[in-house]
Design a binder for this molecule. Structure first.
Ligand SMILES: Nc1ncnc2c1ncn2[C@@H]1O[C@H](COP(=O)(O)OP(=O)(O)OP(=O)(O)O)[C@@H](O)[C@H]1O
Ligand SMILES: [Mg+2]
Ligand SMILES: [Zn+2]
Length: 538
């Protein structure tokens, strides 16, 4: 009678255990260096190799040439262990023998020396199923068994074990087996079985097995029958109720071509599939495309697609209409390919609304050699200002800590303009009272400025009327002021010549007008809106 693959290919040596290198390596070293414990605990996902490893380890302990990580496979002990009939290897299933009496019987067994091997080994599977009383009865023996006794406990659920058991055992954690390892193992088995296969089909099987090799091998058994000698992706897809990879290619081609008519046809065909399965398949498809660095999708597009897909999964949890969820997903994905990047939106904003062309700025750049165009200035400011503004806030906090009046005056009447070439430029609109307080505290302010911005920092202060500041605070979302108030310089500032020059040609932008522009409205709907302050270089 032919055996199921999981049993036929149960590994017989540590080399045959796949995807659990840290476990097999540590056990091999312990065997070869004779540093053995009396109790081991193997925990991890079902079908990940715990029982197989326990049996190999037991054989390694009792081999006549051992204990050794590479048992001879020829001695009587090895042979009987391989046939699963060694009298000194006792396997107990705690799921069916979970009572205190079962454990008492086991303890009774430990009192007799092994029959023919050097150790008597107890493998207790699904140990978390033991009753509380049974655990307590086991504790004493587990802690101090006779020298010839070894325990190997195995469980899928170590959290259910009492800490007293955990602390008496060496704990080995079995991992989910990686997809690559599983696919290699399946193809190795199929080669031995002389069976044709497509690698995509094995990938689908391994995904469906979720890291459990036993589950995957059971599915492979099924696929071998279903596919009649040739395991192809479409046959496995149909067996598992999954989408054919070609179908997925077509879905993404349709999305990227924004072909809504074709998409409706596809949706009709997908009506027979489980929505959740389709979503999972799409996610797996995107994930694999991501790791292959496919140029069809940009990183931003991946992010948008994943967001749409996870939102759809949430909808399924609240029992939304499955086929409608799927339709929404596909049409949202088509929409997602339309949207511009944030950079493009900002670029447009600059080009269309500010209307600061190269022509208007170039006369200034000619007279001021090497100076950037205003457009570049704006972009640099965008990036730089938030960084130094946080330093500026720190400065205010330090001043408040030292003297609350000075801190408050400073916060209310001094605003940050820029920090460049070790020069901190600020704008003052202090009233008489604040002026007095700030003047009095000038050495403290200087001290903290140097502490925050660096010891060599030079302070440049500009004055402006309170009206300027009121205006500045008016627009809440976006402040895009290109027309500067004519500053009353106390220190020399090169940027002010730019501002003066521009003041003639550029009209002030109304922030509300920008916010009501259709593409900004669209962007506001689609993204978490960030506030960006764009300051003129005054
Ligand atoms: N790491 C592995 N390497 C090779 N084969 C494995 C591995 N894990 C599982 N298998 C295959 O799956 C079958 C079952 O494995 P095993 O009984 O060792 O799993 P288990 O972890 O004890 O599972 P359970 O928790 O369900 O008892 C084995 O016969 C073998 O064919
Ligand atoms: Mg097991
Ligand atoms: Zn041997």
């Amino acid at each position: 009678m032919s055996q199921v693959l999981a049993l036929k290919y149960r590994p017989k040596s540590f080399d045959g255990i796949i995807g659990q290198n840290s476990v097999t390596q540590t056990l091999s070293l312990a065997l070869n260096q004779d540093r053995l414990s009396h109790a081991y605990l193997f925990s991890g996902l079902r079908g990940s190799g715990k029982t197989s490893t326990a049996r190999i380890f037991s054989k390694a302990l009792i081999c006549e040439k051992g204990p050794t990580a590479t048992p001879c496979e020829e001695c009587e002990n090895c042979k009987m262990a391989n046939e699963n009939r060694h009298i000194d290897i006792i396997e107990m299933d705690a799921a069916s023998s979970r009572k205190i009496d079962d454990i008492r019987e086991l303890i009774e067994h430990t009192k007799y020396k092994p029959n023919s091997a050097r150790y008597k080994i107890f493998i207790i599977d699904e140990v978390h199923m033991l009753t509380k009383e049974a655990f307590n009865a086991l504790l004493k023996t587990l802690e101090e068994p006779p020298s010839y006794v070894k325990f190997i406990l195995a469980t899928t659920d170590p959290l259910k074990l009492p800490p007293t058991i955990l602390s008496r055992t060496q704990h080995f954690r079995f991992k989910q087996i990686g997809q690559k390892d599983v696919v290699n193992h399946l193809s190795h088995i199929l080669n031995l079985e002389n069976m044709k296969y497509e690698i995509e089909a094995l990938e689908m099987l391994s995904r469906a097995g979720n890291g459990s090799l036993r589950d995957t091998l059971t599915l492979l058994d099924q696929a071998m029958i279903f596919s009649k000698g040739d395991i192809t992706a479409p046959s496995v897809a149909s067996m598992l109720g999954l989408l054919d990879p070609k179908e997925l290619d077509l879905i993404f081609e349709t999305i990227l071509n924004k072909d809504k008519i074709k998409m409706l046809e596809i949706l009709k065909k997908l009506e027979t599939y489980e929505c959740e399965v389709v979503l999972d398949e799409i996610i797996a498809y995107l994930k694999s495309a991501f790791f292959k660095s496919e140029s069809r999708f940009s990183t931003l597009l991946y992010e948008r697609f994943f967001r749409i897909l996870s939102e759809a999964k949430n909808l399924l949890y609240i029992n939304a209409d499955n086929s409608f969820v799927l339709s929404l997903v596909f049409f949202k994905m088509i929409e997602a390919t339309n949207i511009k990047t944030i950079e493009e939106i900002i670029e447009n904003l600059e080009n269309e609304k500010f209307r600061v062309g190269q022509n208007e700025v170039s006369p200034m750049t000619n007279t001021n050699q090497g100076a950037p165009t205003l457009k570049k200035e704006i972009m640099i400011q965008e990036k730089r200002v938030p960084i130094y503004e946080s330093e500026f806030s720190k400065l205010i906090t330090l001043l408040k800590d030292r003297n609350i009046d000075v801190g408050n005056c400073f916060e209310q009447s001094i605003s940050f303009i820029g920090f460049e070439n070790k020069t901190l430029t600020m704008n003052s609109h202090a009233n008489e009272n604040c002026k007095k307080i700030l003047r009095h505290a000038s050495s403290i302010i200087k001290h903290f400025v140097q502490e925050v911005f660096g010891i060599e920092t030079i302070i440049k202060m500009q004055k402006s009327s309170p009206k300027h500041i009121e205006k500045k605070n008016e627009s809440k979302e976006v402040q895009a002021k290109l027309k500067p108030e004519t500053p009353n310089h106390e220190g020399e500032n090169c940027g002010s010549c730019v501002a003066e020059h521009l003041a003639k040609d550029v009209k002030e932008i109304d922030a509300n007008e920008i916010l009501s522009a259709p593409f900004i409205k669209k962007a506001t709907e689609l993204f978490d809106v960030k506030k960006i302050e764009i300051h003129p270089k005054v």
